[in-house]
Design a protein around this ligand. Structure first.
Ligand code: IVH
Length: 635
């Protein structure tokens, strides 16, 4: 290939494999050269710095022209920047920012993010345009993912930004799909000479994005004057920030008129735009004393250490407790009881101890050790080699059971409305329930006599329990507290096996063969399925009439039911996502590699090794027109 490219340089493309030679090992993604560089912003950390920016960078160059349209003020989303190329309204490429000039082609991964439209809608979408924005995670998704990582013995992500960036760079798109990624758009870039933008201001640009079907961040403001920007920044920092479900690290203030943005251009060597600035907020970091480290037993039996702090004001709340994840987290930071520690809290994120302030030690601090026994039931704890956690293995441990039942009832699991932590503790206390299946034996008459319960709440709870019986298998699996099975894994398992019966009958190897599921998870699922205690609970749930299958996304009696199909190359009209969706709803299973079991391969332009393999194995190869015919499209 190198020789070919040397002989005819026009063959060399930015994503050529030869361009990757010499790159750092593990570079898995093709490089993508941005048509227009992705710049970073200058910062202003106070109103005074913001005023300075306006004075020198804006008015210094364009004078009072800025007063006509003012400023667009947007949330600065704390995620990973992404550039999406749309050709004839269809998403054809997604690239990370990289060094600003060359990023990585992460198209396959980005196609799994539901917020990113595969196709734009509207008459004024330019034929070729790049939409830029931020891939991010909501706090809830981020916390859930970290909790899963703790359980899997993997290092936790420090913040939603790192987890978003890391998730985009998964080798297997199925792994990206299992992460709760979201997207907001904030810019439209058109390559020089391609066409004109259909709008004249940034505020109108955001409106256009929203019209085209691109999610735009909430709480955007058109400010006429800098004074309005100052006031809005204070409101966002002190009020808005606390109520939005994702992390921001400030506001981006942009000169609103696009004509003026162009005129202002970039600042000398730094190449930062003059027309925009990041008005950053101070992070909510504080110092306080670590009074004690205590341990809580989690729903899977993991012993989770947490910090008891001298109360400290952070981000508008008093923080007294903070998570410490596991023993390794404490060891790695050399945290000692009695240390002065740095604590951070942003928005809804659970407060976190960053580390000790070692210079403030006086020698009275003491090194902490994981207790050798479960704090709830006193059973000797077991250290797990491969995931760095200590476990209480007593299936009857009251602490574990309580947590497990709380999880079962939680919103993302069986979603049993009105069944709070306190309520479950009360039911356990009254000896009305011992495991999750007992919940379904409860009747309004049993509940009514309880304290703080009345007839109305008892009836409501009974109705909520009944409704939860119809939850799909994916939620049931998530709710059952199987080690390493978070919401994403539960969904993969439910989709692959369809019924709980099929999953229970599957071998460890069958489970490990599911895309996105590895050996550790497969072993844990198999171990759970073999556990007599788990089997009893499953039987009780079945007897209570709890649903044990996943509503089929694929139509069992569709025109292609039972067929296994592989897509390769670029199809003339359908995107890969659309083709997959149409195939699945016709009953077919879409897989990524060709084998003798493949029913047929749909090949488009630039089909490569999969097409070759299909030919070698004698598997039928069809084109898009034939696929559409088989899907029932005329003629
Ligand atoms: S505009 C030329 N708007 O902040 C500047 N950026 O340092 C183009 N960001 O990596 C950026 N929210 O990914 C812009 N509403 C917003 C943003 C935003 C987050 C990120 C962006 C970039 C960084 C700028």
């Amino acid at each position: 290939m190198q020789a070919l490219e040397a002989a005819d340089p026009s063959l060399r493309t930015p994503d050529s494999p030869t361009a990757r030679i010499g790159a750092e090992p593990g570079a898995q993604f093709a490089k993508h050269e941005h048509l227009v560089p992705m710049l970073s912003l200058a910062n202003a950390t106070s109103d005074a710095e913001l005023a300075e920016w306006e004075q020198y960078e804006v008015r210094g160059h364009i004078g009072d022209a800025v007063d006509a349209d003012g400023y667009s003020t947007e949330l600065k989303i704390d995620g990973a920047a992404i550039a999406l190329t749309y050709r004839d309204r269809r998403l054809v490429l997604a690239a990370t920012r990289g060094n600003g000039f060359i990023g990585e082609d992460v198209t396959a991964n980005v196609r799994t993010i539901r917020d990113v439209p595969a196709e734009l809608v509207g008459d004024d979408v330019p034929p070729l345009c790049e939409i830029r924005g931020e891939v991010y995670m909501e706090y809830a998704g981020f916390e859930a993912m970290n909790a899963e990582r703790v359980r899997a013995g993997e290092p936790v992500f420090a913040n939603p930004r790192n987890s978003a960036a890391g998730s985009l760079r998964q080798i297997d798109p199925a792994a990206t799909a299992a992460r709760p990624l979201r997207f907001f758009g904030y810019a439209i870039t058109i390559p020089a000479g391609a066409s004109a933008l259909p709008v004249a201001t940034q505020t109108a640009l955001l409106d256009a994005l929203a019209r085209w079907g691109v999610p735009v961040a909430p709480e955007r403001q058109h400010c006429r004057t800098l004074a309005e920007v100052h006031a809005w920044a204070a409101t966002v920092e002190h009020e808005v920030r606390a109520r939005i479900p994702f992390a921001i690290d400030g506001l981006v203030v942009k000169v609103n008129a696009l004509r003026l943005q162009e005129e202002l251009g970039t600042q000398g060597a730094s190449r930062k735009p003059r027309w925009a600035v990041a008005r950053k907020f101070a992070p909510d970091i504080g110092e306080t004393r670590l009074r004690d480290i205590r341990v809580n037993v989690g729903r899977t039996g993991a012993l989770n250490p947490f910090a008891v702090l001298e109360p400290v004001e952070l981000g508008g709340a008093t923080v007294k407790l903070a998570t410490l994840h596991n023993a390794a987290y404490i060891r790695d930071r050399d945290l000692r009881v009695g240390d002065v520690v740095q604590v951070v809290r942003a928005g809804d994120v659970i407060p976190k101890v960053l580390g000790p302030v070692a210079t403030k030690r006086d020698g009275t601090e003491r090194v902490w050790e994981m207790p050798s026994h479960c704090p709830a039931c006193g059973t000797a704890a077991v250290q797990d080699e491969d995931d760095a956690l200590s476990y209480c293995l007593n299936a009857r441990c009251p602490g574990r059971r309580l947590e497990a039942m709380v999880h079962f009832a939680s919103r993302d699991a069986m979603d049993i409305r009105g069944l709070s932590y306190a309520r479950i503790a009360q039911l356990v206390e009254a000896a009305l329930i011992e495991d999750v299946a007992d919940l379904y034996r409860l009747q309004a008459a049993d509940l009514e006599p309880l304290e703080r319960m009345g007839a109305k709440s008892a009836a409501n709870l009974e109705a909520a329990l009944l409704a939860s019986k119809g939850q799909p298998l994916s939620r049931l699996l998530f709710g059952l507290n199987i080690r390493h099975v978070g919401a994403g894994v539960a969904e993969l398992l439910a989709r692959r096996f369809g019924t709980l019966e099929a999953l229970l009958a599957a071998s460890e190897a069958d489970i490990a063969a599911v895309r996105g599921i590895g050996d550790v998870i497969a072993r844990a699922v198999r171990q759970w399925a073999d556990d007599p205690g788990a089997q009893t609970v499953v039987e009780k749930l079945r007897a209570a009439g709890v649903r044990m299958d996943e509503p089929a996304r694929a139509q069992a009696d569709g025109p292609l039911s039972g067929k296994t199909v592989v897509l390769t190359g670029t199809l003339p009209t359908l995107t890969r996502g659309e083709a997959t969706e149409r195939l699945e709803s016709a009953g077919a299973t879409v897989t990524s590699s060709v084998s003798k079991k493949t029913s047929f391969v749909v090949a488009g332009e630039d089909a490569g090794s999969k097409l070759e393999k299909a030919r070698t194995l004698g598997v039928e190869v069809i084109d898009e027109a034939e696929l559409l015919r088989r899907l029932g499209d005329a003629p």
